[in-house]
Design a protein around this ligand. Structure first.
Ligand SMILES: Cc1cc2nc3c(=O)[nH]c(=O)nc-3n(C[C@H](O)[C@H](O)[C@H](O)COP(=O)(O)OP(=O)(O)OC[C@H]3O[C@@H](n4cnc5c(N)ncnc54)[C@H](O)[C@@H]3O)c2cc1C
Length: 369
């Protein structure tokens, strides 16, 4: 049986970042990915925003890994030619309760160490973004956007050019501890089964991370790793509005999401999204009937928008640890020695800001195996 230092399950942005970090340290690695290429799931179905770290409770992994990861990611993109733009972001408020919320976000963000924040008056918002109407806004100059596909391609290239093998079309179906190694069972696209041996194992399986932890003998519910799917849809905005807004624009956040916001592509194309609703199954269809809800939300701050400007785009699914109605849950980054599984790391609940945090998550994983 072939033996490597580390097996990583999942070639999303997190698994690839872990492969990059571990291969830099000279480890021999295999990345198992059930699809025929990298980034076929959540990593290609998001807003591509490099978050500043405004919202998360101070000291949480989400706050720390987002702030550190954001700084690491800008530097990484700069050094490796990955396209990005620090466009900045406005969190806007038009009602008294929203103004209260954005002041609370400002305080939270300052405690999280986010740089350069400023409150803007109605007049200052109009000067910065003439298409936007807001009584008040929080401006975050450190927020940006990144070409996620190029980022993943770069991480894959770097890891592959060192000591990592990317095994596409290979689904991990089992894992057993045997003396001081793990035996990992794989099924390829032809249905052929094989086994590989490794000393350390990283579960970066995204929406499937709770099931993969289960294969290792951990009860996901008891461990607090059970994930609940929360869907987010996007609508593309007509090109007649292209370049009319140059910064990301968010409403005040809700308990489950950051609210339906203006998402910008690096080419200036505009989308609205994502909404947030819990689902039982993975299904990426976008419901045209939701356009009205998008319009109502966005017109509060973007009054020139009309229903005929919106066309269904893509959707993504968040692997949330909290069930509908439950409070904040943090990322899980857990080395499982305490469960008798030394060198096995589970990553669960890696929803937003997982893209922003990917390099910092990878560094945290490398530090514990
Ligand atoms: C709507 C939405 C908007 C978001 N916006 C942002 C944003 O603007 N900024 C931000 O920072 N974050 C954002 N996020 C979060 C971000 O997209 C995720 O945190 C990140 O992509 C997670 O990456 P991952 O590698 O953990 O998971 P994934 O990309 O899902 O990768 C996991 C991989 O594991 C593979 N896999 C699973 N099980 C197996 C198995 N048994 N064998 C082999 N392979 C397996 C899957 O095929 C998949 O490719 C958003 C998320 C959503 C849903």
């Amino acid at each position: 049986m072939d033996e490597v230092d580390t097996i990583i399950v999942g070639a999303g942005v997190v698994g690839l970042a872990v492969a990059d970090a571990l291969s830099e340290a000279g480890k021999e690695i295999i990345v198992l990915e059930k699809h025929d290429g990298f980034g076929r799931e959540t990593s290609s179905r998001n807003s591509e925003v490099i978050h500043a770290g405004l919202y998360y409770p101070t000291g949480s992994l989400k706050a720390r890994l987002c702030v550190t990861g954001r700084r690491m990611l800008y530097e990484f993109c700069e050094r490796n030619g990955v396209p990005f733009k620090k466009v900045g972001k406005l969190v806007v408020a038009n009602h008294p309760e929203e103004r209260e919320k954005i002041h609370a976000v400002h305080e939270q963000a300052a405690q999280n160490g986010v740089e350069g924040l400023r409150m803007l008056s109605r007049k200052q918002v109009a000067q910065l973004e003439p298409g936007i109407v807001a009584e008040e806004a929080l401006f975050s100059p450190e927020t940006g956007i990144v070409d996620t596909h190029q980022l993943m391609a770069c991480l894959e290239r770097r890891a592959g050019s060192r000591s990592a093998t990317l095994a596409y079309g290979c689904e991990m179906t089992g894992i057993e501890r045997n003396n001081d190694t793990y035996q990992v069972e794989i099924v390829d696209t032809d249905g052929e089964r094989m086994r590989l041996e490794c000393r350390t194992f990283v579960n970066a399986a995204g929406l499937n991370a709770d099931a993969v932890a289960g294969l290792a003998g951990i009860d996901p519910t008891e461990a607090g790793y059970r994930q609940h799917y929360c869907k987010g849809e996007y609508f593309a905005v007509s090109s007649r509005h292209k370049d009319s807004i140059t910064r990301l624009v968010y409403p005040a956040p809700t308990p489950v999401s950051l609210g339906i916001h203006v998402v910008l592509g690096l080419d200036g194309a505009m989308r609205l999204g994502p909404n947030a609703f819990y689902v039982d199954e993975i299904d990426y269809d976008v419901n045209q009937a939701h356009a009205k809800e998008f319009l109502a939300g966005a017109r509060e701050y973007f009054p020139r928008l009309a229903l005929e400007d919106l066309r269904p785009d893509q959707s993504g699914i968040r692997p949330k640890l909290q069930k509908e109605g439950e409070g904040f849950r943090d990322f899980v980054v857990a080395e499982e020695s305490a469960r008798g599984l030394p060198g096995l790391v589970n990553l669960a609940g890696i929803e937003s800001p997982g893209l922003t945090s990917c390099l910092a998550i990878a560094r945290a994983v490398a530090a514990c195996i």
